[in-house]
Write a protein that binds this ligand. Structure first.
Ligand code: SF4
Length: 395
């Protein structure tokens, strides 16, 4: 397909978007090339407010649990993985994962995002056992787990279809699937960054399609700024919009910029805030069929994250009780619920904690009883994230 920019003017394209007409991939390319950041932001904000409450911005409280860092792949942008046999490789036990879940619940958390490297020795039994353990021991936690590359590897190892794997994982307790492993859904780029073996663009889309057909919601992600240029980003956005037209299974679009420390691509120049905000705004204008757009304060910092709420985003994502993948590449942030709410309020919005699939708001009283039950699980390093009401009694 041809991904070149349209010959239409930026003004004409933005007027179409304002009038509620869908813009084409070629139009989106033109906006990325020539659009003025503030004008794009104004239109993206209008579209944000068509889909969402203009007065509110949401966030959630969850934790990333990376059950293993052992991975058979060697994506060039990844600073997280360790090759099989590496002494720094780990695989968490059920008990270690349980302790992390208890701490999440103690901090008013409602869910976990669990994904790993692609460990060569783990068959579907491992994943089913882990899901059943969590479902049985912690029935209140939302399980958002196992990104498309993990699903693909299980399917290959067990000689099953994507649909069969997803059906088995769902029966064992899986509740939704994270959008990890998408990076840029354009096979030329995936080949270049060594992400093609773990999942082609078509495979990533098909695994999401199969999940949606099983009634599981998934999220759409995009990581860019690896030297790939604009056309592959446009292709990526088109693929996401097309699948959403077909299934309506994506809850949110979450994009962030490549962080290069400790990766195999240190020479790639950093993507700065202007390009981040512009890409966010254009994606919000182009992808008119996904309700929620997240900021990436974890890669952009709290200040740009706050500003992103005016460039098309309606959600700040997680407070990040734990994050290991972006921090392995040199960027590390977390924040308390109080700080998140202050940050949203200062941007002019009413802060609302939301559930993992955005289907409801979470009030403090909804989580208070469970948080109190597990308050002993709050570790010293996360004491700063606790509300004073749930701080453990010391001594
Ligand atoms: S991005 Fe995922 S699949 Fe690629 S090397 Fe890192 S852990 Fe492995």
């Amino acid at each position: 397909m041809d991904w070149t920019a349209s010959a239409r003017s930026v003004e004409e394209i933005l007027q179409d978007a304002r009038d509620g007409h869908r813009i084409t991939a070629a139009d989106a390319h033109r906006l990325l090339l020539d659009g003025d950041l503030l004008e794009l932001g104004l239109v993206a904000d209008e579209i944000r407010n068509r889909h969402n409450d203009a007065a509110a911005a949401t966030y959630n409280v969850d934790r990333n649990i990376n059950y293993t860092n052992v991975c058979v792949y060697k994506c060039r942008f990844c600073a997280f993985y360790r090759a099989p046999g590496d002494p720094e490789g780990y695989l968490l036990t059920h008990e270690e994962i349980g302790r992390k879940i208890e701490e999440t619940l103690a901090l008013n958390g409602t869910g976990i995002l669990m994904q790993g490297g692609v460990h060569p020795d783990l068959g579907i039994d491992f994943y089913e056992d882990l899901l059943r353990y969590i479902r049985t021991e912690y029935p209140d936690i939302h399980l958002h787990a196992f990104s498309p590359p993990e699903v693909k590897f299980i399917a290959k190892k067990e000689r099953m279809s994507f649909s069969e794997v997803i059906g088995r994982l769902k029966a064992a307790g899986l509740m939704s699937i994270p959008g990890g492993g998408a990076e840029i859904l354009s096979d030329g780029v995936r080949k270049e960054i060594l992400a093609l073996p773990k999942c082609s663009a078509d495979e990533w889309i098909d695994i999401n399609r199969q999940a949606h057909l099983h009634g599981l919601r998934t999220s759409a992600t995009m990581m860019y700024g690896m030297g790939e240029g604009l056309e592959p980003r446009i292709e990526h956005m088109q693929r996401i919009r097309d699948l959403q037209d077909e299934t309506e299974g994506f809850t949110a679009f979450i994009s962030w910029t490549f962080q290069h420390d400790n990766t195999d691509m240190p020479e790639v120049p950093e993507t700065y805030a202007h390009e981040y905000l512009k890409t966010l705004a254009v994606s919000r204008i182009f992808i008119d069929n996904i309700q929620h757009f997240q900021t990436s304060w974890v890669t952009q910092g709290k200040k740009i994250g706050q500003l992103a709420l005016k460039f098309g985003a309606d959600d700040m994502g997680s407070i990040m009780i734990e994050e290991n993948v972006v921090s392995a590449a040199g960027t590390s942030y977390k924040m308390s619920q109080e700080e998140m709410e202050r940050l949203i309020a200062q941007a002019g919005y009413r802060p609302r904690q939301r559930s993992n699939l955005y289907e409801r708001f979470v009030e403090r009283e909804d989580t208070a009883e469970i948080a109190a039950r597990y308050r002993h699980a709050i570790t010293v390093q996360n004491r700063g994230l606790a509300n004073s009401s749930v701080l453990p009694v010391i001594g």
